[in-house]
Design a protein around this ligand. Structure first.
Ligand code: CMX
Length: 438
């Protein structure tokens, strides 16, 4: 058993026993009341699942095992000469609940490098897709093609004890995370760079190697990629990509199938696809005005026009957050620290000043502040990645770390098949009427 796996196993054995004990002794403890509005409106604010890796506070934003993003940017190990955390470190933190040492992170870099070989049939499958297939569809297809490698599925079909599920889930998760950058980079180079592919550089860390395979062999893009792939990993359990992965995994579908389901959710414009939508929206604004920097009045008019057309302002709003997303602030800080001036990034800052009061004045948008997707595309464009439709794939590669760490925990703690109850509107009407006459 490798040392990361052994450490995880020690932690999981303790927590699984604790959970059993909580259910046995406090299973009837009430966590709150569910309203009719919550049932109809996406179950928001309803506590309905346990996710160990991170917790989202509406006012403060995300904490990973108790650590905020600014704390992690300081405390997680960096690459030699680097200033942003290595995503390997946040994976370790989510998986074992402790800050990693430099050594722990190097172990993961090496493991992912050793496990990174992508079987040829995956590329063959991708080659069969029309070139104009959306990168997220290609990514999901690539993940499905990788499923042939699932050790969980093989072991299950041969018959394994429930106690061993986590071990095979760990192996699949580590293998898949190791391979995703190669699959994603292949899609990028195939679609946008005439199929001229770049071999991995095994001397580099996971994020830097990804930037290298995409064709951005510059220090600045490697630094951005380390931050990008760290801040997109996880946002507690109820968001569409995390919840879909968890839900499908609860049927003991293997980690590849579960993650593909999560990525189908991430590809929705109200979730991860919003990062491409933001750039399309900003570029449309620029084009309408004939280029250059718009004025704040022009931005305000454009936002009002978007709302009047019944569309959403991409990159703004959130189902849980009620303040500026700290993932937006981290990218803003990155811009100010390392870039200084860039037209698109400046437009992002201007929208940040102009949009919230307009969104608030509608009286219905619960969170008028920017989310993670409002800034990410502008940084990528600055370093030369103009293919907006690819951005959600980058989000997906990062999200694998959080949802896979959670899935290993699910299997280690005996998390059962998920099957919430549902009711009909007729049932709700009868219940309300009965309560009124009582
Ligand atoms: N622009 C216009 N209208 C918005 C809006 C926005 N940015 N955010 C919310 N609204 C609207 C909703 O569509 C809803 O309208 P209806 O009552 O007509 O249906 C109303 O305001 C209330 O919505 P809410 O309770 O404030 O927000 P939800 O929890 O329903 O939705 C979210 C959250 C993120 C889907 C929504 O804010 C949105 O569509 N934002 C734009 C898309 C986006 O940036 N998504 C990325 C989120 C982060 C991520 O997952 O990557």
């Amino acid at each position: 058993m490798d040392k990361l796996k052994e450490k995880f196993h020690q932690k999981a054995t303790v927590l699984a026993a604790e959970i059993k004990d909580i259910i046995k002794n406090n299973g009837d403890f009430k966590l709150g009341e569910i309203t009719v509005a919550q049932v109809y409106q996406g179950m928001k604010g309803m506590t309905g699942m346990v996710t160990e890796t991170s917790k989202l506070d509406p006012e403060e934003g995300i904490r990973f095992r108790g650590y905020s993003i600014p704390e992690l940017r300081k405390q997680l190990p960096k690459a030699p000469g680097g200033t942003e955390p290595l995503p390997e470190g946040i994976f370790y933190l989510m998986l074992v609940g402790e800050l990693p040492s430099q050594d722990d992170v190097s172990f993961i870099t090496n493991e992912w490098m050793k496990r990174s070989n992508v079987p040829k049939h995956v590329f063959d499958v991708l080659e069969k897709l029309p070139i104009d297939t959306h990168p997220m569809t290609q990514f999901i297809t690539g993940i499905m093609a990788l499923q042939t490698e699932s050790v969980f599925a093989k072991a299950y079909s041969q018959g394994i004890s429930k106690k061993e599920y986590w071990d095979y889930a760990y192996e699949d998760a580590m293998n898949m995370i190791a391979r995703l950058p190669r699959v994603a980079a292949y899609i990028y180079r195939r679609k946008y760079k005439n199929g001229v592919h770049i071999e991995p550089d095994h001397k580099l860390d996971w994020a830097a190697n990804f930037a290298h395979m995409l064709g951005f062999d510059i220090f600045d893009m490697k630094r951005l990629m380390r931050l990008y792939l760290t801040i997109h990993v996880d946002h507690e359990g109820g968001n569409v990509s995390a919840h879909s992965t968890h839900l499908v995994g609860s049927a003991l579908s293997d980690p590849y199938l579960s993650f593909a389901a999560g990525m189908c959710g991430l590809a929705g414009p109200l979730h991860g696809l919003a990062n491409q939508e933001v750039l399309h929206w900003i570029m449309e604004l620029k084009e309408t005005l004939g280029g250059g920097l718009p004025s704040k009045e022009q931005i305000a008019d454009y936002i009002k026009k978007t709302l009047a057309e019944g569309k959403v302002v991409p990159g703004y709003g959130h189902a849980v957050l009620r303040k500026t997303d700290p993932r937006f602030s981290a990218q803003q800080d990155f811009y100010r620290t390392y870039i200084g001036h860039d037209d698109i990034c400046e437009i992002v800052q201007m929208i940040y000043e102009v949009a919230p009061p307009i969104l608030e004045s509608t009286g219905k948008i619960k969170n008028p502040w920017p989310n993670v997707d409002a800034h990410s595309g502008a940084l990528l464009v600055h370093y030369g990645m103009h293919e907006y439709d690819f951005y959600t794939v980058l989000f997906g590669v990062s999200r694998a770390l959080g949802v896979m760490a959670s899935l290993i925990w699910d299997r280690a703690t005996g998390s059962p098949i998920e099957r919430p109850g549902s009711v009909t509107t007729e049932w709700i009407k009868k219940k309300i009427a009965a309560a009124k006459t009582a």
